[in-house]
Design a protein around this ligand. Structure first.
Ligand code: LLP
Length: 412
């Protein structure tokens, strides 16, 4: 459910006409809906309402500091994977006590920065990393709160590039190795093993894999407790899917209900790390048609957004719904929507039925709020798009459009 809708013959972002945004800010333009973000965050918060809980927005999905500030004000924590994301979170005023730090390759300076900030915990992915964190914390005469990321070997039934909880993936430790790691952590003076986590994949459209992972983790936590390791936080990661096309993923409330039973009698704070489910449908990418081109094989709609702005279609073959900014009631035809980049993989949609478009008209690429701007680049020396947040009738420029000067600013 989001607040982008067609009424009075045009597409609106909340109470703002998208054509007005195109006029003011130009294209390509990322438009986020504050009301949608709040609704989605609150859905997670309420879904876990009966449990001691923390919803940590996954910054990699959308790291704009205005958006992070909005979520932080609602009480959100964040899941980070780099010193850069830590810097963004702190800049946005996120409570460090609500930050979890994931990722297989944490560097010494990032570990020091996170310890200095006083984050809630490191989600540790290997024994070497655990020892590294221990050494740094000892040198700083502090203790690092850690959780060990378990690879529960659960099939998330999603795209192979975004499944992470299978034995063959690089993430986490299997339970046998994790058991040794916990004992090492238990006996390390500079480490406090407070949690256990997993993240099995992204864009999951079924509840089953979450429940399977939870049950495996709880059984493991019970075994650990007998070895004198008592954890307080159980972090199930992110991964809840959204509707891009026809998918009917479970709602946060369904997930909450499914895990509440198993967690009821336990003295654990449950953490979730949703990214896509909060931001995905809270954002659209608005683009303008440059040309249309009919070849003997295909009809192309050439737009001013490209794979450097939104790489998901090129990278994963991902489907994003595309619609006119001002519906014209024209007949539809089969087209490829492509950008100006010099690669055949530069497309936003292939073989899509769309009304015949004219140069200058706007198109909205839906469900672009997560892994859209954050995965964007300057490929082909294209300055990155601007980002705006609409809240009712109010519009805030959350990131200005890059300029040619920005393109060369760091080069000598
Ligand atoms: N926690 C961890 C440890 C993660 O690795 C991820 C995502 C999340 C949370 C958030 O997952 P979400 O709730 O957003 O599914 N670029 C890909 C998605 C990669 C996801 C990587 N990890 C895409 O555009 O589909």
């Amino acid at each position: 459910m989001d607040y982008f809708e067609y009424r009075d013959g045009a597409l609106w972002a909340e109470d703002k006409r998208v054509t007005d945004l195109m006029e003011t800010f130009g294209t390509p333009l990322y438009v986020y809906s504050a009301k949608t973000l709040r609704r989605h965050y609150n859905a997670f918060d309420e879904a876990l309402g009966g449990l001691s809980h923390l919803a940590c927005f996954s910054v990699k999905a959308n790291s704009n500091i205005s958006l992070l500030r909005l979520l932080g004000r609602l009480g959100a924590g964040v899941d980070i994977v780099s010193g850069g994301e830590l810097h963004r979170a702190l800049t946005a005023g996120i409570d460090p006590g609500k930050i979890v730090f994931s990722g297989v390759g944490k560097q010494a300076h990032e570990i020091r920065e996170a310890l200095a900030a006083g984050i809630l915990m490191f989600n540790v992915e290997s024994v070497q990393e655990l020892e590294h964190i221990g050494r740094i914390a000892a040198a700083l005469k502090t203790q690092a709160r850690i959780s060990i990321r378990i690879n529960p070997d659960v099939d998330p039934e999603t795209h192979p590039y975004i499944s992470t909880g299978l034995k063959k993936n690089k993430f986490g430790l299997d339970m046998r190795d994790a058991a040794d790691a916990y004992l090492l952590a238990r006996d390390h003076p500079a480490i406090d093993p407070v949690g256990m986590d997993c993240h099995i994949g992204s864009q999951l459209t079924r509840i089953g894999p979450f429940v399977e992972a939870l049950e495996k983790l709880l059984a493991f936590a019970d075994r650990l407790a007998r070895s004198g390791v008592g954890i307080r936080y159980l972090d199930l990661g992110g991964g809840l899917g959204i509707t891009y096309n026809e998918e009917a993923p479970p709602l946060p409330a369904d997930l909450g209900r499914a895990i509440a039973g198993a967690l009821a009698e336990r003295d654990l704070t449950v953490i979730l790390e949703p990214g896509r489910a909060i931001a995905g449908n809270a954002g659209i990418l608005v683009t303008r048609v440059l040309y249309t081109k009919k070849t003997r094989a295909k009809n192309f709609v050439i737009v001013d957004a490209a794979m450097n702005d939104l790489v998901r279609p090129s990278l994963y073959g991902a489907y994003h719904r595309i619609g006119e900014v001002v519906p014209g009631g024209r007949e539809s035809m089969m087209v490829d929507v492509v950008g100006p980049i010099c690669e055949s993989s530069d497309f936003l949609a292939q073989d899509r039925m769309l009304p015949a478009m004219e140069p200058g008209e706007g198109l909205a690429v839906f469900s672009a709020g997560a892994y859209g701007f954050t995965m964007s680049s300057q490929y082909n020396s294209r300055p990155r798009a601007a980002e705006v947040i609409v809240d009712g009738e109010r519009v805030t420029l959350a990131r200005r459009r890059e300029t040619y000067q920005d393109l060369v600013a760091l080069e000598m």
